[in-house]
Design a protein around this ligand. Structure first.
Ligand SMILES: O=P(O)(O)OC[C@H]1O[C@H](OP(=O)(O)OP(=O)(O)O)[C@H](O)[C@@H]1O
Ligand SMILES: Nc1ncnc2[nH]cnc12
Length: 175
């Protein structure tokens, strides 16, 4: 099945000029969700993965399903102030201003292999911050998996320049 055909586009959301790629229409399609999870996971067959890290909020849905499929644990990468125990954080740039993502400081152990998961990569700023966090915690990022790539925004190259292998399932040009 063609994953791209079940991703809905909402023009001018959340603001004028943005073509919002809405993955909820893929999630609500049983075949679409199953296909996306299977296609994201199969390249990592035979690769040692100790945990999946998923980025808030849409990366939680996909990352949770992938962790289950791989029979490994899941680490939430959350926006600042949402995690209850001691955290480490990393700042990243937004279009206007900055934000911070955090993980629990005991979520990843030295030497663990981590697969990073999110729904979409745009500028790559969020993924870059998550990779820095995982590395600071002692983890090795063995791959970064996304359903959607917005290639015009350069995120894939940014993450690959950090030495991380990137897997994406479809591209939307012109964002
Ligand atoms: O590559 P980037 O330019 O960093 O953008 C990609 C990020 O933006 C979206 O999340 P958003 O920050 O909108 O949060 P949400 O999932 O909580 O809505 C998306 O789910 C990625 O996490
Ligand atoms: N165009 C877009 N659609 C959905 N999520 C996004 N995150 C950043 N850009 C996006």
């Amino acid at each position: 099945m063609d994953i791209k055909t079940v991703i809905r586009t909402i023009p001018n959301y959340p603001k004028d000029g943005v073509m919002f790629r809405d993955i909820t229409t893929l999630w609500q399609d049983a075949a679409g969700l199953r296909t996306a999870i299977d296609q994201l996971v199969w390249p990592y067959a035979g690769v040692r993965i100790d945990k999946v890290a998923g980025i808030e909020a849409r990366g939680f849905v996909l990352g949770g399903a992938i962790a289950h499929q791989l029979s490994v644990g899941f680490v939430p990468v959350r926006k600042q102030g949402k995690l209850p125990a001691a955290t480490i954080g990393e700042e990243y740039d937004l279009e206007y201003g900055t934000d911070i993502v955090e993980i629990h400081e005991d979520a990843i152990k030295e030497g663990e292999n981590i697969l990073l998961v999110d729904d979409l990569i745009a500028t790559g700023g969020t993924a870059e911050a998550a990779i820095k966090l995982i590395r600071r915690a002692g983890g090795t990022v063995v791959g970064a998996a996304f359903v959607i790539d917005l290639p015009d925004l350069g995120g894939r190259a940014r993450v690959e320049n950090m030495g991380v292998n990137v897997r994406t399932l479809c591209e939307f040009e012109g964002d």
